[in-house]
Design a protein around this ligand. Structure first.
Ligand code: ADP
Ligand code: MG
Length: 379
């Protein structure tokens, strides 16, 4: 979809063209009209999907005619890191001078001297800030948040992962009750859901997760019937003989996730688990290792898999089936891509067979089922 149909003025469109941005991304198509209409928005899409412009452009348009009075900023964007603060501020600056009313935007973050920031804050309409430094500036009365009309939480998942929950809570108490709230995140894990409930009022939800049912034709699916005691050995056999270098394995419980990862490691396959009983620090480490390719197998529960921002995985294995057909499609959806179809393999114990047939019916697809017990896994 081109930017023209999103209600953006010509001045913005030609600036976008200067950067060779001609087509709006999914999140931009969804969020730009929603923000322009002053609704609250929950925007979930992968890293690199263009979330920044999806709020920067409509906010600048909504702000035409607003002028900051005496250190009262009008738009506040909270971000987790100083790099991101600088980056987002730069995007605001690229576009703010093409509009009739010039808007002053500023980034503030910790780790540098506070005094220049205090001076520059005079007259700023848009503030892009990390939570800690912002609280310091509020305390010094260098900035007032009581007239904020738009609050943006960008990279909310990362903000929570870095432990900014308390600072965010403090800041939420300083902004007016009635305001527009925009929440963006690459993933929708538990914590983000909590913040969304607390912060957003009747939001428009723009989420890649529920808008794009994956095309299951692109995914090579098959299943093995197998007795429960042979699931572990069969899993190892498939990983080894299939030469799988990066594989996401799903289990239905925390206990099973740990158990499966342990057994894989004991058998010389580099594996780790991610689930809600692990500390946030441990989860972050495991994810980083998996993304970088250092960790070969990640064993996850459905809930935690929602926090994994990896767009494409070559292999997904259902060690146990998910409860709903929707979750099944969600799980395997990460492997389907036109140029590189992945594989989704399910290990089905006898008591899961009925459930698996229901999943296939809902998916309107018959999955090839092989006899896992017949495989000589010792070869
Ligand atoms: P996210 O916040 O979702 O991780 P960003 O907003 O940082 O993603 O954008 C990622 C990159 O994509 C940036 O370099 C940005 O300039 C570029 N980009 C944004 N929108 C478009 C578009 N419509 N077409 C092409 N590139 C875009
Ligand atoms: Mg971003």
């Amino acid at each position: 979809m081109s930017f023209n149909s999103l209600g953006l003025p010509e001045a913005i469109i030609s600036k976008l063209n200067e950067y060779n941005y001609t087509q709006a991304t999914f999140i931009q198509q969804q969020a730009i009209p929603a923000v322009l209409s002053k609704r609250d928005v929950l925007g979930i899409d992968h890293t690199g999907s263009g979330k920044t412009l999806s709020y920067v452009l409509p906010i600048l348009l909504n702000m035409q005619g607003c002028k900051a009075q005496n250190r009262h900023v009008i738009t506040l964007v909270l971000v987790p890191t100083r790099e991101l603060a600088a980056q987002v501020n730069e995007v605001f600056q690229q576009f703010c001078n093409v509009l009739p009313q010039r808007i002053k935007t500023l980034a503030v973050f910790g780790g540098v001297s506070i005094n220049p920031q205090m001076i520059q804050l005079q007259g700023a309409e848009v503030l892009v800030a990390t939570p800690g430094r912002l609280l310091e500036l509020v305390e010094q009365k260098a900035v007032h948040l009581s007239e904020i009309n738009t609050l943006v939480l960008d990279e909310a998942d990362k903000m929570l992962n870095l432990g900014f929950r308390d600072e965010m809570e403090q800041l939420f108490r300083l902004v007016p009750k009635v305001r527009q709230n925009l929440l963006f995140s690459a993933t929708m894990h538990e914590g983000v859901e909590g913040i969304a409930k607390q912060l957003l009022h009747k939001p428009i939800v723009a989420s890649i997760e529920n808008s794009n049912p994956p095309d299951t034709d692109l995914i090579k699916q098959y299943a093995y019937t197998v007795t429960p005691d042979k699931k572990g050995p069969l899993l190892r056999y498939l990983i080894k003989t299939g030469n799988m270098q990066q594989v996401l394995v799903f289990t239905s419980s925390v206990y099973q996730a740990d158990n499966v990862a342990d057994k894989l490691r004991k058998n010389g396959i580099d594996a780790d688990a991610i689930h809600s009983k692990k500390s946030q620090g441990a989860r972050t480490d495991v994810l980083r290792d998996f993304k970088s390719g250092k960790l070969r197998v990640l064993v996850a529960t459905d809930l935690l898999a929602r926090g994994i921002d990896i767009e494409f995985l070559p292999f997904v294995i259902n060690y146990e089936l998910p409860r709903s057909p929707k979750d099944y499609i969600h799980r395997i959806g990460r492997t389907g891509r036109a140029e590189n179809p992945g594989e989704a393999i399910s290990l089905i114990a006898h008591d899961e067979e009925h459930h698996f047939s229901i999943i296939q019916k809902k998916m309107k697809k018959v999955v090839e089922v092989k006899d896992g017990n017949a495989i000589n896994i010792n070869v």
